[in-house]
Design a protein around this ligand. Sequence first.
Ligand SMILES: [Zn+2]
Length: 306
Amino acid sequence: MSQNFDKNRDRDSLNTPWVGRFAPSPSGPLHLGSLVAALASFFIAKQRGGQWLLRIEDLDPPRVVEGADQSILQSLEDFGLEWDGPVVYQSHNFARYQTRLMELMEKSIVYGCDCSRKQVEERTGGSYDGYCKERGLLSVSGDKSIAYRVDFSDGKHQFNDQVQGLCEFSSPSDCHDFIIKRKDGLYAYQLAVVCDDIEQGVNHVVRGYDILDSTPRQNFLYQCFAQAEPIYFHIPLVKNDMGIKFSKSAGSQAIESNKASELLVTALGHLGQKTEAAMLTAKPRELIAHFVKHWQTENLPSNLNR
Ligand SMILES: [Zn+2]
C-alpha cells in the first residue's frame, strides 16, 4: 500500500500541461481563506499555461446553503478569476462514485460498518476507529457505512508536497481507516474528491494545510484505482487576529466585491507575493493579469516555518 517517494516522477509531472481546480463547498459565501486558496490554485495552474477548473462540492445536502454556489461564482468573477470549462457539481456525480465504490468492494479493501455516528463519537470523540473491521458486514444493500481498510503493514506512506516538503505517515494514529460512504447513503469527501479529480484529469492539487492529513487517504484511493497521484501544494491557512482559521463554519466574513483590489493585495501578500501600494487602486483583472506573469510559487510560505 505504501509508495516509495519518486522524485523523478514529480519532476516529470511538473513539465506536463497542468490541470488544477478550485473546489469550494457551497456552505456560505467566499471568505478571505477561500480567496487565498482560489488565488494560489489559479496562479499555479495559469503560470504553466494550465487549466483552472471549478467544482462545487455539494456532497452533503444539509450543509448546502441555497444560493451560495451563485454567490461564489459571482465573487470569483468580481475578483477577476475566470475558470475553464463548465462548473461541475458533485451532487450530479453520485453514479460515478458508486461505480468506483463497487470497484473497491470487488477488491475487498473496504468493509461494512453499522456504527451510528453517536456510537463512534462515544468511543473516539469523532473520527472512525475501525471497530467493524473484522465483523464481515459488507453488503451491497446500502444500509451500512462502508469503510476503507488502511494498511501500513508494508511500511509508511510518503509524498513530496511542493510547499511543505516531504510528508510522511506511518502509523494508524497518523492515518486510520476511514468511511467512504455513509450509512445515510452520502458519499464521503475522500472518495468523491478522488473520483472527480481522476475524471477531470486534475494533476495538481492546491489547497489549505488543514487538508494535509487527508492526503494519504486520497493517495491510497488513487493507488487502488491504479491512477497517478496528483502533485500537492498545501498552502498556509489564513488566520484572524485571534489566531483562528478563517472558514465558513467559523462565521468568517464574506469578501466584499467593492473591496476586491484591497482584498487581492492582502491575500497575495499572505501567499508571499510581492505587492505594492499602487496595486490597491488597480482593477482586479489588471492585478490578476500582473500576477499570472509575476507569480512566484517558491515564495509560498510553508506552515512549518511560520
Ligand atoms: Zn463500525
